[in-house]
Ligand binder design. Structure first.
Ligand SMILES: [Zn+2]
Length: 162
């Protein structure tokens, strides 16, 4: 016979766990009630820990959800900024094209202006040359008139003598 199961209240030994439990329920009912009470309290504590864990899990899920929503907002903002950047790039490209066109126009106008200046200069030279030729002709004409006058005077003299 082995006496492995000892009552913790009265130290009496039993050869089976079942026998000890029967002894406890008969001789020490309050001890069993206390054990049950302790067990229930332990359950309550465990349940409370589970509830805490549940709350913490919900908090973490909320935070995760907020983080996701913030990430979506950021992605949307980035998308808007990309579109704005595209618009600015298009606008810049148009402006550069327009500047290129105007620079070409300006170049052509400057060429035309240089052409006109050259024509003007050529015409001035021609006018000066023609004026010189006219002056020379006027001088010759004056000489010729003097000569005619001189001859006419001589002719008149000869007529008077004749
Ligand atoms: Zn006992």
């Amino acid at each position: 016979m082995s006496n492995n199961h000892t009552c913790t209240v009265c130290q009496k030994s039993f050869d089976s766990e079942k026998a000890l439990h029967i002894h406890e329920s008969k001789k020490h009912p309050s001890k069993q009630a206390q054990d049950l009470q302790n067990l229930l309290q332990k359950f309550d504590e465990e349940a409370s820990k589970v509830e805490d864990l549940q709350d913490r899990k919900e908090q973490l899920e909320d935070e995760l959800e907020k983080q996701r929503s913030r990430t979506e907002e950021l992605a949307s903002t980035v998308e808007e900024l990309r579109e704005q950047k595209k618009g600015l790039e298009d606008s810049l490209s148009e402006k550069e094209d327009r500047i290129g066109e105007l620079e070409d126009d300006l170049e052509k106008e400057q060429d035309a202006e240089r052409e006109l200046e050259k024509e003007l200069s050529d015409k001035k030279s021609t006018i000066n040359r023609l004026k010189d030729e006219r002056d020379s002709l006027e001088s010759s004409l004056a000489d010729t008139e003097n000569l005619i006058n001189k001859f006419e005077t001589q002719i008149d003299d000869m007529d008077d003598k004749l």
